[in-house]
Design a protein around this ligand. Structure first.
Ligand code: M6R
Length: 574
């Protein structure tokens, strides 16, 4: 969480250029924003970048500048807590992504030394730590002294370079002509260059307009490899759509097609290798968070249907529940490739000798680079905080993998049906009007429909701000059914041949629930019909109904759909 960007250039550039780059990282956090320049200018405020842009002089120039878009961890959302932070003199300016764990100890020490700390953040301490010191030498001390996670950019008033430090939080250097750009990820500079150097943990660098020197945490110079990357920025426009969420929902058939083609061609070898790794592993554990966890649950179902045992664990609890050894295969699933809990799980598993495979959307992300093998879901940049097209492509990749192991899917038909599902949009809009003022919605499903029930409920919570529970149909009568009374909406996911979920649906109807049936079998009362296919196709298509329902409820309520409160797209803290 939090996005940072710094530019160091031979020729003066307008601050507007820096803020434009920062805007591309806004999905990492959007509660406050700020920048600082080599001229000692520091501007910051609470709120979104677009509003900030109307209040500051974007035409002012600099040769070195840093910027930050925040998702608050330590300290509330206030102007003082916004980044950049400065030392007592105002000569040192810093931006930080991460958490300083020993901040109390550090704060007390700095206070004793006479530093005046004005914010409630852990990040401000970094500026004071470097105050009056030789920055390069102090970087070595910083690694010794500071515990926690950090990507830090430091500039000095009148200075000609950016100092950058990294441990656990992501950081990449983009090399352009006469200009170097350092950002939390390649989105920050993918419109300017396709050449990047990725920081590894415990490294720092001194970056000038045409130079860069990298060091390990002891201060020894290290060689870094420049990588050329491919990343299209074409899909970042909202085009005719009101929100990125609906644009990304509508893009699904196209990005699905692109992924399938790639699995048949350029990613073919890799997916076959992953299949072999699965066949040779004693134990398979998926690890992921949020929506990606729901895709993992579907992965375990598809593997089970292919005769392979697997388990899925939520990343934040991985270390407490996973049994891992050198015959274990971990399959990490992450859109961003930067989710801290997933990174920690991978590192923990790696220490026990496990092999790591990953399925990510953002190429060159930390998770991809930490893996023995990594596949891309090729969904393109997803700007809305809610995962929609990336979930679908995660599931398609898993379906493709399992089709190699015996669980067959007709992919061309699936893509056609995905397109046809939009024909139900008008009906969904009507339902959204009816549900918009509901306090609770329950979503039930069994087997492959259970992860979908959870996924729809998650979308309803984060985007429509309606409390929702996605659960196994069979669990209802073990407690939750007590909450069902007249008019309570229950969305029931009914794939062909699932008689048990029909019974569960009848059970809630008998208690007055307003049921909404999403079904692929002919039934007397079906609200949304899903074409027949295997469980995987039911999962994708029924979830698309849930995505649209969520979107239209939020639209009815006038909510900030693409940037819901308190959330960030990339969760890079524990
Ligand atoms: O980038 P990741 O897939 O690792 O992110 C995991 C979750 O943070 C993410 O899926 C989150 O739950 C989304 N907001 C869901 O829409």
């Amino acid at each position: 969480m939090c996005g940072i960007v710094g530019i160091v250039s031979e020729k003066p550039f307008e601050v507007g250029e820096l803020i434009k780059a920062l805007k591309r990282l806004e999905y990492r956090g959007y509660d406050s924003v700020g920048f600082a320049t080599d001229k000692g200018v520091v501007e910051k405020d609470v709120g979104e970048i677009k509003d900030f842009m109307t209040r500051v002089d974007l035409k002012q120039t600099a040769k070195v500048a840093i910027s930050h878009t925040r998702w608050a961890t330590h300290g509330g959302v206030t102007k003082t807590n916004a980044h950049p932070h400065t030392d007592c003199s105002g000569d040192i300016m810093i931006v930080h992504n991460g958490i300083i764990e020993n901040f109390i100890e550090l704060k007390n020490e700095l206070k004793k030394e006479g530093h005046k700390i004005i914010s409630d953040t852990d990040s401000e301490l970094i500026a004071h730590f470097f105050e009056g010191k030789d920055i390069k030498k102090a970087c070595v001390d910083f690694f010794k002294k500071v515990r926690g996670t950090f990507a830090v950019l430091i500039i000095k008033k009148g200075g000609e370079e950016i100092y950058a430090l990294k441990k656990d939080s992501p950081l990449a250097l983009g090399i352009a002509d006469g200009m170097n750009i350092i950002g939390s990820d390649i989105y920050a500079f993918s419109d300017k260059t396709n050449k990047a150097i990725f920081f590894d943990d415990n490294e720092f660098a001194i970056i000038g307009p045409r130079s860069y020197e990298f060091f390990d945490k002891e201060g020894n110079p290290i060689e870094k490899h420049v990588q050329e990357f491919e990343w299209s920025s074409r899909e970042e426009e909202k085009k005719k759509y009101k929100h990125f969420m609906i644009k990304e929902i509508k893009e699904q058939p196209i990005v699905a097609e692109r992924l399938i083609r790639s699995l048949e061609t350029e990613q073919k070898e890799k997916i076959l290798e992953l299949k072999n790794m699965i066949e040779n592993a004693k134990r398979i554990i998926f690890v992921a968070a949020g929506t990606s966890y729901h895709a993992s649950l579907l992965g375990t179902y598809f593997l089970h249907e292919s005769g392979v045992e697997a388990h899925a664990l939520i990343a934040s609890e991985f270390n407490s529940f996973a049994t891992v050894d050198d015959e274990t295969l971990i399959i990490a699933i992450s859109q961003s490739g930067e989710t801290m809990d997933v990174i920690k799980s991978i590192k923990f598993a790696r220490e026990s000798g496990a092999k790591i495979a990953s399925i990510v959307n953002v190429p060159y992300s930390s998770i991809q680079r930490l893996s023995d093998i990594s596949l891309n879901i090729l969904a393109g940049q997803e700007i809305c905080v809610a995962s929609t097209k990336t979930f679908t492509n995660q599931v398609i990749l898993l379906l493709y993998l399992c089709s190699l192991l015996g669980y067959k899917t007709n992919f061309r038909e699936l893509v056609r049906n995905m397109q046809n599902i939009f024909e139900q949009e008008e009906k969904i809009k009507e339902l959204a009007k009816e549900l918009k003022d509901k306090k609770d919605i329950y979503v039930i499903g069994r087997a492959m429909a259970y992860p979908v029930a959870r996924e729809i409920a998650l979308k309803l919570k984060e985007i429509s701000y309606i409390h929702a529970e996605g659960m196994m149909g069979g669990e209802l009568k073990h407690g939750t059914i007590a909450l069902i009374e007249d008019g309570v909406p229950v969305i029931s996911l009914i794939p062909e041949g699932d008689e048990d979920i029909i019974s569960n649906t009848k059970e809630v109807e008998a208690r007055g629930a307003r049921t909404i049936i999403i079904s692929s079998q002919p039934m007397k009362k079906t609200d949304f019909a899903i074409p027949s296919g295997n469980g995987g196709t039911f999962a994708i298509l029924s979830n698309m109904i849930g995505q649209m329902l969520t979107y239209y409820i939020a639209l009815e309520k006038g909510l900030p759909i693409d940037k819901p409160r308190n959330l960030a797209k990339s969760v890079t803290v524990k």
